[in-house]
Design a protein around this ligand. Structure first.
Ligand code: KG4
Ligand code: ZN
Length: 364
């Protein structure tokens, strides 16, 4: 695939739609970077009573919310459907019942408006969240763009992957978690400690009052690989909790949370920096829900030897602006998807190209 020079990227507005998990979102983004609107309806409160996402409840809630969210998103951008060039929608990975709602909704919009539709990989969308900025921030000036080759760490509730990105849309997967995703570990340990769902923000908050050296939890370095493992750490926290409970002492939640968080951050930051060095990356990018974590952000900025790109907090967790941003680059490289495409609940990032051999990989 040709690497387009920046100056030849055409102008386009993309409508993004995201329903892969428990956020219903719609957004309009200009030229892959400028957020014109960004609406997210989180279902977190609805799922908190179950201690995690209840798939059936999630898809029903997406159905209720998607249309008003789209309307508000267009209103906020002061645009109509006729003012956008394409519709980008998350096709996978994610919960099948949730993905189907967004995809079918996008198909309906595409059919009625005649606009082209593009299916987007959710992990790719997280990566492209680092390209976004709000029109009114920085006096309208663009934040610096990530530079290739780029080392990306995608850390969310479902994924923990180290990816080398050689140019736009070209990914080499270096490693991934062998068991729990980092966000999943945050959510499970939060439950163990009696903290609210979603676990990441709860652990972060509790950890702020705690000592990260109070407990020495294991770090799975998995030397000679770029993989991760968090299940041993989760079990170590469980064992410590059980040990304390036997003595019926009060659980030192803040210290447990801080020590757990420190173990996760050490490994994520350590391996990302090593990989960036090993593969000669110019820049580092961290994205996905866990990249909202303050300790992680502080540690990578303090330790990295090259520029680090992490989206602002509101773009770390699921949103549709990131889908529209990834959609823009796919749109200009010529991707157009048929209306009979289906969801791909287990879609690996690196298979995003090979699945559609009919694409013409050239600037439109
Ligand atoms: O990217 P995301 O919104 O959804 C997925 O694609 O999975 O990520 C959600 C995950 C959850 O596991 C949540 O606990 C975690 O991101 N998370 C955090 C923080 N905020 C969200 N983890 C650590 N610290 C945070 N501040
Ligand atoms: Zn996500």
């Amino acid at each position: 695939m040709a690497n387009l020079p920046l100056s030849s990227f055409p102008s386009a507005r993309i409508l993004g739609v995201e329903t892969s998990c428990d956020e219903t979102a719609a957004s309009v983004v200009e030229n892959g970077r400028v957020i014109l609107s960004n609406l997210v309806a989180s279902q977190a409160e609805l799922h908190a009573q179950f201690g995690g996402v209840f798939p059936e409840v999630a898809s029903r809630q997406h159905i209720r919310t998607i249309y008003p969210i789209l309307e508000q998103s267009l209103q906020q951008a002061h645009l109509g459907l006729g003012d956008v060039d394409a519709i980008a929608v998350t096709r996978g990975p994610g919960l099948p019942g949730s993905l189907v709602v967004g995809l079918n909704f996008a198909k309906g919009l595409a059919l009625s408006s005649g606009l082209p539709m593009l299916g987007i990989n959710h992990l790719e969308a997280h990566i492209y969240s680092a390209w976004l900025y709000e029109a009114e921030s920085y006096g309208g000036a663009a934040i610096p763009e990530p530079d290739f080759p780029l080392l990306a760490l995608v850390v969310s509730g479902g994924h923990t992957e180290l990816v080398l990105i050689k140019s736009h849309l070209q990914y080499q997967r270096l490693g991934a978690t062998l068991d729990d995703a980092a966000g999943e570990a945050f959510d499970k340990v939060a439950r163990l400690l009696g903290l609210a769902y979603p676990g990441g923000p709860s652990i972060q908050q509790a950890a702020e009052e705690g000592d990260p050296r109070a407990f020495v939890f294991p770090r799975a370095w998995l030397e000679d690989t770029w993989n991760f493992s968090f299940s041993g750490l989760k079990t170590a926290v469980l064992r410590e909790v059980r040990r304390i409970e036997v003595h019926s002492a009060v659980l030192p939640v803040a210290n447990l949370a801080a020590s757990f968080q420190a173990a996760v951050v050490d490994v994520l930051v350590g391996k990302t920096i090593r990989a960036a060095k090993a593969f000669g990356a110019k820049d580092i990018l961290i994205a996905g829900g866990v990249s909202a974590n303050r300790a992680l952000r502080k540690a990578i900025h303090a330790q990295a030897l090259c520029p680090v790109h992490i989206p602002p907090i509101f773009l770390c967790t699921d949103n549709a602006a990131m889908v529209a941003a990834a959609g823009y680059y796919r749109y200009v490289y010529g991707q157009r998807d048929p209306l009979d495409m289906d969801v791909l609940p287990n879609w690996p990032l690196t298979e995003s190209w090979s699945l559609r051999p009919s694409w013409s990989l050239r600037p439109s």
